[in-house]
Design a protein around this ligand. Structure first.
Ligand code: ZN
Ligand code: ZN
Length: 271
C-alpha cells in the first residue's frame, strides 16, 4: 500500500525525510509520497532513503492556496522537483513566509510575549518557519502550556498574533504543478468548508481528489469518491502524517491507497 500524503522536517513535520522512509519500511508500506508545504527540499533525501529501504518514493508537494478567504491545499505528484519555474515560485512563497513569521513575532512581543524570530527558526531547523514552529517555541519558552493553547490564544485566524499569508489561488497552483510536469490533486477535499469550486481547477488541469484522509468521516470519504468518479478524476489518499507530537495527524499509513492509484497518477503526470 501507498501513503500519498506525508510531511517531513522540510516543512512542518517532525521527522526527517530519511526517518519517514524508514518508518514506512517498518510498517511494510510499498511506498509514500513526500508532500511538504510549498517546498520540494525533502524529496531528494527521501528518494535516496527509499533506495536504501526498498520503499518507492513519489516526488510531491502540497501548495497552500486561498480562495475567497478559504484555505485550499493542492497536492502535486510526480513533479519535476528540479523545475526552474517551480523552484522560483516556491522561493517567492518562502520569502513571504519568513516576512509573515517576523510580523507574527513582532505582534507577540507587543503583547509582552518575548519570543524571538531566532527561537522560531531554531525550532524550524531546515524547514520554512510556519505557525506550528512558533507554537512549539511558545511552549518551549513557557508562554503557553501546549501548542493548542498557542493557537487558541494567539495564532488562529482572528487571534491577536495572526497574520494572513501571501498565497496563490487554487487554480494557479494546479497550473504550476502541471507546468512542473506533475499531476495536481485537491487535498482533503472533504475538509473544505462549503466545498471547493471545482470548475476553475478542472479547467487548469486537476487530475484527482484526495478522498481517503484521516480527517474525513465515512460520509466525507464517500462524497469525495463520488465527486472524483463524476469528473473522471483519480481518488487518492494519504495520512497527512506530520510525525509524532503533531496536533492532529501523527500516524503514518492512517490512510493508504493501492498501486493502481499511483500508476494512474504517474500516467496523468507529464501530459
Ligand atoms: Zn493540507
Ligand atoms: Zn498535508
Amino acid at each position: 500500500m501507498f501513503d500519498l500524503h506525508v510531511h517531513t522536517t522540510a516543512s512542518d513535520g517532525t521527522r526527517t525525510p530519511a526517518e519517514v522512509v524508514a518508518e514506512a519500511a517498518a510498517l511494510g508500506l510499498s511506498g509514500l509520497a513526500v508532500t511538504d508545504h510549498d517546498t520540494v527540499e525533502g524529496v531528494a533525501p527521501a528518494l535516496s532513503a527509499g533506495k536504501a529501504w526498498g520503499v518507492e518514493v513519489v516526488p510531491g508537494i502540497e501548495i497552500n492556496t486561498e480562495d475567497r478567504g478559504i484555505e485550499i491545499h493542492i497536492l502535486g505528484y510526480f513533479i519535476d522537483f528540479g523545475s526552474e519555474i517551480l523552484l522560483e515560485r516556491l522561493a517567492f512563497l518562502r520569502r513571504a513566509r519568513h516576512a509573515r513569521m517576523a510580523r507574527m513575532v513582532e505582534l507577540l512581543r507587543r503583547l509582552g510575549v518575548r519570543v524571538s524570530l531566532e527561537d522560531v527558526l531554531a525550532v524550524a531547523g531546515n524547514g520554512v518557519p510556519a505557525r506550528p514552529h512558533l507554537a512549539r517555541a511558545l511552549v518551549a519558552g513557557g508562554w503557553v502550556a501546549s501548542e493548542e493553547e498557542a493557537f487558541e490564544r494567539y495564532l488562529n485566524q482572528g487571534r491577536p498574533a495572526y497574520v494572513p499569508r501571501a498565497k496563490y489561488a487554487p487554480a494557479e497552483a494546479v497550473a504550476l504543478i502541471k507546468e512542473a510536469g506533475g499531476a495536481p490533486v485537491l487535498a482533503h477535499a472533504g475538509l473544505v468548508p462549503g466545498g471547493a469550486a471545482l470548475g476553475p481547477l478542472l479547467r487548469a488541469g486537476l487530475c484527482g481528489i484526495e478522498a481517503y484522509h484521516p480527517g474525513h468521516d465515512p460520509g466525507a470519504t464517500e462524497f469525495c469518491r463520488r465527486l472524483a468518479e463524476r469528473h473522471g478524476l483519480v481518488a487518492t489518499g494519504g495520512s497527512d502524517y506530520h510525525g509524532p507530537g503533531h496536533r492532529i495527524y501523527r500516524r503514518l499509513g492512517a490512510a493508504v491507497v493501492g498501486r493502481e492509484v499511483v500508476e494512474r497518477l504517474r500516467s496523468l503526470a507529464r501530459r
